[in-house]
Structure formats: C-alpha cells, structure tokens
Design a binder for this molecule. Structure first.
Ligand code: PLP
Length: 471
C-alpha cells in the first residue's frame, strides 16, 4: 500500500532527493531561458486566449500528467500569457523586477515552510522579521524602537493602521464595534489617495462614508486648510474624527502630502497620524532623497511596501509603529490550541493574519546583501531615469503634469494627438512598452513609472519614440 502510494503519486508530490535535484535544476534553466526571451520580446501577452482556455479546460484532474509536461506547460503560459513586470519596458504600477535575494528567500521559505503564527515554533524567522521592522523604523527616523508586522501588502498595512487608530481612540471598539462611538467614526485622506481606503473603511465596519476626502492643492498634495476645515465641521455634526492619513508618494503621481502640517493638526486634534508610504517609503534608503520624507518620524504608524520600490517578490508589505502596545491591544487573543500564548510576541496576537508565511526574509536578505547604500542607489537610479523620460517628452512637446521627486511621470501629449486613453492599447499592440492612463488633479494623463532596476536610457528612448509614433 505504502509502496504503491509512493510510486504512483508520492514520487510526483514528494520526490526523492535525486529526483528533486533534477527538477530543480530543470526549473532553474527553464526560468533563466524564459527571462532572457521575455526581455527581448513583447511586454504584453502574446498567446491565443482561446487555445489557452481549451488547454486549461482539458485539465479534468482525473487524468494525470508527467511533471515535465506540467512544468514546461506552466512556464510557457507564464512566458506568453502575462504582462511582464520583469520586462525593462514595463513602466507600470510599481510592480518590480524582483531582486535575486528576494527570490532566494521565497525559495527558502517554501522549502522550510515555517509557520510564523507563533514565536515558539519559529523563533529564528519571527526574530528576523522583527529585526527588519526595527531597522526600517530606525532608518525612517523614529526616535523610539518600532514594532510592526509584515503584511500581504499596503492595503493590509493600512487596514492595520485604521484598526489600531479605532482601538486607541475607543478601547471599547474591540468589544462593541462601531457602536462604541458616540457618532460615526471618520478619517481623512486626500482625494489623490489610494482607493483601498474605501474597502478598508468597509472592512473595519465604519462604512465607506467614513472616508473623508480632503481637497488637494492643485499639485496633487493634501491641502491642510481644507483638512482642518473638514475636521471642525465633522466635530460640529457629532461625528468622531479618528485618524489623518498623509500619502507619501501618491499612486498616480508620486506626490508627497505635507507631512509636518498633517502631524501638527493630528497632534492638536488628538488624532492618529498614519503615513501611507507604500511606494515612496523606499526614499528612506537614499541619503539624498530621504529629506523629502521628513516628518514621517512623527507618525503613529507607517505603511511601506517591500514589494514595490524595495523590489521584493509580491505579497510583502510592512506596518510600522513606535507604540509598543498598539498592536497587542488591537489583535490580542489567546488560543489554547496554539503552541504558545506569548502576548505581544506571537505574531498571531499582534497582527491580522494567523498562519503566516515568512515573507520578511525577502527584505532581510536584500538589505543584508546591498545595504541602505545599495537601495539608495537603486532609488536614485530610478528617479534619474524618470528625469530623463521627462526631458525626452518635453523635447517632443509633451507637457508634464506632476512634479515628483520620485520615479513616476504623468504627461499629456501635444494638442491634436490621439485620444489619451488609446495610448496604452497602441503601445501594447506594438508590444513595445506598457504604460497606463491615470487621472491627476482631475485631468487624464499618461502615467509611466520606472519600476524595473534594469530599465536603461535606451528603453526610455524606445518608449518615447513609441509614444510619439502613437500620437
Ligand atoms: C500600492 C499602494 C497601496 C496598496 O498597496 P498593496 O501593496 O497593493 O496592497 C496603498 N497605498 C499606496 C500609496 C500605494 O501606492
């Protein structure tokens, strides 16, 4: 029985060490080959979706197939059926070419499959993550040691911030929910914020109408006068202001809200001050550019995504706070079936997740390999490429709508050009580059972000030529 099990399905699911080595080597070579072809080919999918759907439907999970067929089929679908964020001319939505140390970390985490719910079961992994969170907090300028957690991304980190803010404002929120408040809890973000905040308000039970959108100043930054006005008006109507969110690096245009003014208003009004630096947070690595984030160290909490400008693989965000008990008062629970109940230590008592993958290793290994200096150069290079793109577009009489220190450009073509919405489609049909269309300060713009560390001036020239041809 056991022998049959091992030879039929066991060897596919749990191969012997020599077999494993064979497959792992095969995969390594297949991936390196695919990567090379991807960089030389189109950015966008180039397969027949109908053929793909037929092939997919043929997987009935009754018949089985050899690993070799499965792996090569999968690699081929990835090669031809994705927008390639690893392509040097993917000027996209912050999705990076992942660093090699981050890829190694993914593989190591998969091999050991540690469970990070408790410290007791995975002390090495839990402490590596806590070390990284402390180091990032320190580098961001916090005077006190920071705690926090790795998250699936910025949205989960921002959700964590709102839950902490609600719980601190009204400890009864944990038992009674929003009924604990004397009026509707509300929080403040700029109109240029990331729209995940709407889902977050919904998830937290305060409702989407609890999100107050603050006016921007015409350059994409939150207007503090409007913020103050909204807070006063809300208090007058019996609503309960909870939190101010400043975005440091808006998703569309890379603008940084006035952090000092937001911090001052939050202090006067006794509100939680959160900085959403999901993408822009990587500026802390650069000695030249970190000054643009001055004020972030006054925050009650910060979101920084490692899977954006720190270029780890997907699913790696961070929530960071200097308040040592904020997380445990929000997420405390003690489960007798768990191998340990170390309040404030076990990650399942300090974060949204329960079972937890070891994602922090990706940033740990990347930072350990090149240091803040290496990431500083990484950030500065992208910003320099964005400047180059700006110059090239201006020469061709495009207008630049944003003025960001980060690596994203919002531009509009000269009058009489092709309709703006059609540019992405035109570029991806040619397979030359991937860009998006966004709205910045109420205007439609073409948006290009340098998110790949290997994007060169030559790639930018190809983008600009393609844009020019398109118009
Ligand atoms: C990307 C982004 C988010 C959402 O983060 P995910 O990692 O996609 O969950 C939130 N805020 C800002 C400013 C972002 O750029």
């Amino acid at each position: 029985m056991r022998k049959d099990y091992l030879s039929d399905s066991g060897s596919a699911l749990f191969p012997s060490p020599p077999e494993r080595e064979k497959w792992e080597d095969w995969l390594t070579r297949a991936i390196i080959g695919a990567r090379a072809r991807i960089s030389a080919g189109p950015v966008t999918p180039n397969f027949d979706i109908n053929v793909f759907r037929e092939e997919l439907a043929a997987f009935d999970f009754d018949t089985t197939r050899p690993m070799e067929d499965l792996l090569s089929w999968t690699i081929s679908q990835m090669e031809h059926g994705l927008v390639h964020v690893t392509h040097p001319r993917y000027f996209g939505l912050f999705n990076p070419l992942p660093t090699f140390p981050a890829e190694c970390a993914d593989r190591i985490a998969a091999a050991f499959n540690p469970q990070l719910a408790t410290w007791t079961t995975s002390p090495a992994a839990v402490e590596i993550e806590a070390h990284v969170i402390r180091a990032v907090g320190q580098r961001a300028g916090f005077k006190k040691p920071t705690i926090g957690c790795f998250t699936t991304g910025g949205a989960e980190a921002n959700f964590t911030a709102l839950l902490c803010a609600l719980t601190r404002h009204c400890p009864d929120y944990s038992m009674a929910g929003v009924r604990a408040f004397s009026g509707q809890p509300v929080f403040y973000v700029s109109k240029e914020c990331h729209l995940a905040w709407l889902k977050i308000a919904h998830q937290a039970g305060i409702g989407r109408s609890g999100v107050r959108f603050v006016r921007t100043d015409g350059t994409g930054r939150l207007d503090p006068t409007d913020l103050q006005g909204l807070i006063t008006a809300d208090r007058g109507r019996g609503q309960v202001p909870i939190m101010i969110v400043a975005t440091a690096g808006t998703t569309n245009a890379g603008m940084i809200d006035p952090l000092h003014s937001c911090a001052r208003i939050a202090k006067n009004e006794q509100l939680w001050f959160h900085v959403d630096a999901a993408w822009g947070g990587a500026l802390i690595a650069s000695d030249d550019k970190r000054e643009h984030l001055a004020g972030v160290e006054q925050a009650d909490s910060v979101t920084i995504d490692a899977h954006k400008w720190f270029s780890t693989t997907m699913g790696c965000g961070m929530f960071i706070t200097p308040h040592s008990s904020a997380l445990s008062s929000t997420f405390h629970v003690s489960a007798e079936f768990m191998p340990s109940n170390l309040e404030g230590v076990d990650p399942y008592t300090t974060s949204i997740q329960w079972s937890r993958r070891f994602v922090g290793l990706r940033l740990f290994l990347s930072l350990a390999a090149v240091g803040w200096k290496g990431f500083g150069r990484h950030v500065e290079y992208a910003a320099k490429m964005a400047e180059f793109l700006c110059e090239q577009l201006r020469v061709r009489e495009w207008s630049i709508a944003n003025s960001s220190f980060l690596a994203v450009i919002c531009a509009t073509p000269p009058e009489g050009s092709l309709a703006l919405e059609r540019f992405p489609e035109y570029l991806s049909e040619a397979g030359n580059a991937w860009i998006s269309v966004a709205t910045f300060e109420g205007r439609k713009v073409v948006r290009a972000c340098i998110s790949n560390a290997l994007t060169s001036k030559a790639d930018i020239e190809i983008l600009v030529q393609s844009l020019d041809r398109a118009r």
